[in-house]
Design a protein around this ligand. Sequence first.
Ligand code: DGL
Length: 282
Amino acid sequence: MTQKGSFPMIPGSIGIFDSGYGGLTILDKIRTELPEYDYIYLGDNARTPYGTRSFDVVYKYTLECVTKLFEMGCHLVVLACNTASAKALRTIQQKDLLSLDPKRRVLGVIRPTVEAVGSLTITKHIGLLATTGTVQSNSYPLEIQKLHNDIVVVSEACPMWVPLIENNEHKSIGADYFVQKNLENLLQSDSQIDTIMLGCTHYPLLLDKIKQYTPENVRIVSQGEIVAESLKNYLNRHPEINELCTKNGLMRYFTTESVEKFASSASIFLNEEIQAEHLDLD
Ligand code: DGL
């Protein structure tokens, strides 16, 4: 693999990638489930949000970040971003890994979520809340059809939710307007929905407000624990990858934007103070 620019080498860490902060909700649960592993978190905050960008742009940005994580020494990268999983994962797995390094692995968050959610619905009507990009990609309905062809998925794009969270406005009264509006749209489209998937890794930060505007008999499913459990199973089933992952309980955070801004916003997601490092992608 050709290496460009200077960056720290941290061989053996598991790479966790998101367009910004949302992947921290996944990282948090992964570290709870698998605390002994070493992790690098990379947030492409300079180019967030991905959710409103075209297929080609999300693919290009995601590939650049995955390549950088490989160059830093990751053998395994988790796209902790639904938009990147929807628009870039398949091409990276089927095409780019062959030229980058066929022994490395990239996993997404959509498949594990779909595997888990099938057993949760009784009415067989599921609602999806996600970014415009994830909804337009149709990835969730397609994956659900493959595994559970008796389940109906109704989707609602929530383009304002990520900007509200990224700007730390998710607890404001302004956020209520958008959460209520999108939930009403979703639930009015299909009155039989009994399970709602949060198909964006940012959305757990709005969970209190989402619950407030959702009837009690409708279950809300966040992805963190599902993805963490799925990663644990994956490492058990793939000892050849597991043995390449170092296990010293280390954590490093990288952002393509300002380290100060990342550290202060990341603490909202993680409820702990962290130190971040800057990463140039060129
Ligand atoms: N957190 C990302 C996801 O799960 C989306 C954020 C963005 O729009 O960049 O889809």
